[in-house]
Ligand binder design. Structure first.
Ligand code: GLU
Length: 310
């Protein structure tokens, strides 16, 4: 049996497992990338995804999205895991690491290859320019998959979804983006593929995450459609901004969450989501209160939060 056969078998076993387990009516997740320590913006996402799931008697999972191995920041995985514990989040299941699941994503690419839905591409970023819409230059070249980027074909089709906060959002992937990359030439599995596959395999039903990922959603819906996965519900949260009007991010050197200040930071995150205040207590008790008071109608329906966060 070749490596590919065994990966395909492993994938098919996982799919069967997933289809046989009775799925929760609500299964949410928090899926940070360990490209830096968690910051206040990440805490807002964790709190919102947690409270939304728990207030509907759902489950809440954590997944570390670390396929982009060169961008992993030293010790950030430890900081993520320590933060989950320090802020009192209760995870309903095993925490998974995407880096340990690369053969699953490879098997999916192989499946899409058999269905002629992906192709190898030799265009470099330099040839294409950074924001260019990919014109399908390599679509019919039939290049060998080895050491090339792998792109998935998109159609001239409107994809729309109703975001629970941001309203209707649509894209025609052919004109807005073009065929997009699932695996880079250097072998790194792209976030778009890994996120869709794992949301499916983990039985996720609801995605709650930052509005910076709003524009990625149609790509993920498209991939899910190609793979025959059920549609998810989406809620994209307004982003916390720094004093320069930039979203808090690892790139903008947002401060790492100080775990010694967990109760205070938790109160601030709950406040930033315009939820009723909670009394300062242990993080676990504060989260219980926040879950009991959770009301998404209070969350601002915008992509940025007013106020300055560190
Ligand atoms: N891993 C992504 C990030 O840290 C989030 C993915 C998602 O929630 O879909 O930005």
């Amino acid at each position: 049996m070749t490596v590919n056969d065994s990966s395909a078998e492993h994938l098919s076993a996982l799919v069967q497992q997933r289809n046989h387990v009775s799925l929760s009516h609500y299964s949410g997740r928090f899926a940070p990338s360990p490209t830096g320590p968690l910051h206040f913006g990440s805490l807002i996402t964790a709190v919102a995804s947690y409270c939304d799931a728990k207030s509907q008697q759902g489950t809440w999972l954590v997944r570390i999205e670390d396929t982009d191995i060169p961008r992993i920041y030293p010790d950030s995985e430890t900081h993520i895991l320590n933060s989950i514990a320090a802020f009192g989040f209760e995870v309903d299941g095993e925490i998974i690491f995407q880096r340990q699941r690369l053969s699953i994503y490879e098997a999916l690419i192989e499946q899409l290859k058999q269905q002629h839905l992906v192709y190898a591409c030799q265009c470099t970023r330099k040839m294409l320019g950074s924001n260019a819409i990919y014109q399908g230059t390599c679509r019919d070249l039939n290049l060998n998959f080895k050491d090339q980027a792998i792109r998935v074909k998109v159609n001239d089709e409107h994809i729309c979804f109703d975001d629970r906060l941001q309203g209707q959002h649509c894209s025609n992937l052919k004109y807005d983006l073009g065929d997009f990359v699932l695996k880079r030439r250097d072998g790194i599995i792209n976030y778009q593929l890994a996120v869709v596959v794992d949301d499916f395999l983990q039985g996720i039903t609801h995605v709650v995450r930052g509005a910076d990922l709003l524009d990625n959603t149609e790509r993920q819906i498209w991939l899910g459609q190609l793979l025959g996965y059920p549609r998810l519900s989406y809620m994209h949260l307004p982003l916390a901004m720094n004093a320069n009007g930039q979203k808090l991010s690892k790139q903008n050197l947002a401060q790492a969450l100080d775990l010694k200040q967990a109760p205070l930071l938790l109160a601030q995150a709950i406040d930033a989501l315009h939820q009723p205040s909670v009394e300062l207590d242990t993080p676990s008790n504060m989260l219980k209160q926040a879950v009991a008071q959770w009301n998404i109608d209070q969350i601002p329906h915008q992509t940025n939060l007013n106020g300055i966060f560190l």
